[in-house]
Design a protein around this ligand. Structure first.
Ligand SMILES: [Zn+2]
Length: 353
């Protein structure tokens, strides 16, 4: 079935110093699929996104990705032979070696689909397959906040808590494609530990995700009726992590307490990971950033996270570990996917020579 070409926010950049070859990146999400062309230095040459339309199934989305990339190339000064390889990031769980997306929570129609090979056939290019969070972590490592670091961890705080670990210029995928699941490390092993969305107790995601922040706030709101949040949820929409963040930025005591506790939970998680991996830097990405580096609340949140990590870490880690906000935002995924395609391409060249 031919699909209407629904692309928006097409953004073609043709920097004079584009370094060929190009690499295509595809970042599949439950709502949108972001695609782009990235040059050999990691500069974004062109990018767009289109709705996932998951009711039409994965093959339709793959075909759409090809159509959208055709359009981007047509509008750019480049052509398909300039594109050497592609990278693909999707939500897990997945089987990376077999190129399969297994049972994604947000993409029910995509179960057990051979997504890597389908994209490779559609683009007629080799495709490197990665967890979407690992792809984003690679994007930050390659050209984002981590570009001056040799090993990095990205923790994404959103509906869930995801992450990617980059060591030796590669994501840590693990033996079963379940490596880097930083949201599911245990930070509370008491009987009172919170239940995680995955069905186990005490995981970081059950404390620091957007939904966990909402749940924790709701539990204390019933006792603390003087919070601005009581008034806000009485007036309009259901409570959200953004409302908690905005209330904290406005000085609301309860919201400030929730933000501070979130920083402590996240700091505990980072402390565990720092002593296992000892990376050069951690970066915080995702929608839950409490305003990020540009705001007083965001910087305060980061300071609290750093203080919690320092308090519980070996001296070298306490003194030297960098913890900052990520920089690429929603572009990290397709840029990183393209970068992983580039790495595989470079390996093949090295093997041939
Ligand atoms: Zn979990």
């Amino acid at each position: 079935m031919a699909l209407p070409l629904i692309a928006f926010m097409s953004d073609i950049k043709a920097p004079e110093n584009v370094q060929l070859p190009l690499f295509a990146g595809v970042d599949v999400g439950g709502t949108n699929i972001k695609v782009g062309l990235v040059d050999n230095d990691g500069q974004i040459v062109a990018t767009t996104k289109f709705p996932t339309q998951q009711e039409l199934g994965p093959q339709a989305a793959i075909n759409q990705a090809r159509s959208v990339l055709d359009q981007l190339i047509d509008e750019s000064p480049f052509s398909w032979p300039d594109v050497e390889a592609a990278g693909l990031g999707t939500p897990g769980p997945m089987d990376i070696s077999r190129g399969l997306i297994l049972t994604p929570v947000n993409l029910p129609g995509w179960r057990n689909f051979p997504v890597r090979d389908a994209l490779s056939i559609a683009l007629d290019k080799p495709v490197t397959f990665a967890n979407d969070a690992a792809a984003a972590a690679y994007g930050e490592f390659w050209v984002g906040a981590g570009r001056n670091h040799d090993s990095t961890v990205l923790i994404t705080l959103g509906t869930g808590v995801g992450g990617g670990i980059i060591v030796n210029n590669q994501p840590i995928d693990g033996s079963h494609s379940h490596g880097s699941e930083v949201g599911h490390i245990v930070i509370d092993s008491t009987d009172a530990a919170r239940m995680c969305g995955c069905g186990h107790k005490g995981h970081l995601e059950a404390y620091a995700s957007a939904s966990a922040i909402v749940a924790r706030t709701q539990e204390v709101l019933t006792e603390r009726r003087n919070s601005i949040l009581t008034q806000l949820i009485g007036e309009a929409s259901p409570l959200s992590a953004l409302m908690v963040s905005e209330a904290a930025a406005g000085g609301d005591d309860l919201a400030c307490q929730i933000v501070a506790e979130t920083a402590i939970y996240l700091g505990r998680g980072i402390t565990i990971l720092a002593h296992v991996i000892d990376p050069s830097a951690f970066f915080l990405g995702g929608a839950v950033d409490f305003g990020g580096a540009e705001t007083e609340l965001g910087r305060h949140f980061l300071d609290l996270v750093c203080a919690e990590v320092k308090k519980n870490s070996f001296p070298v880690i306490a003194d030297q570990l960098t913890i900052e906000f990520a920089q690429l935002g929603s572009e990290a995924g397709f840029v990183g996917a393209a970068g992983l395609g580039r790495i595989e391409h470079l390996k093949k060249i090295a093997q041939r020579s």
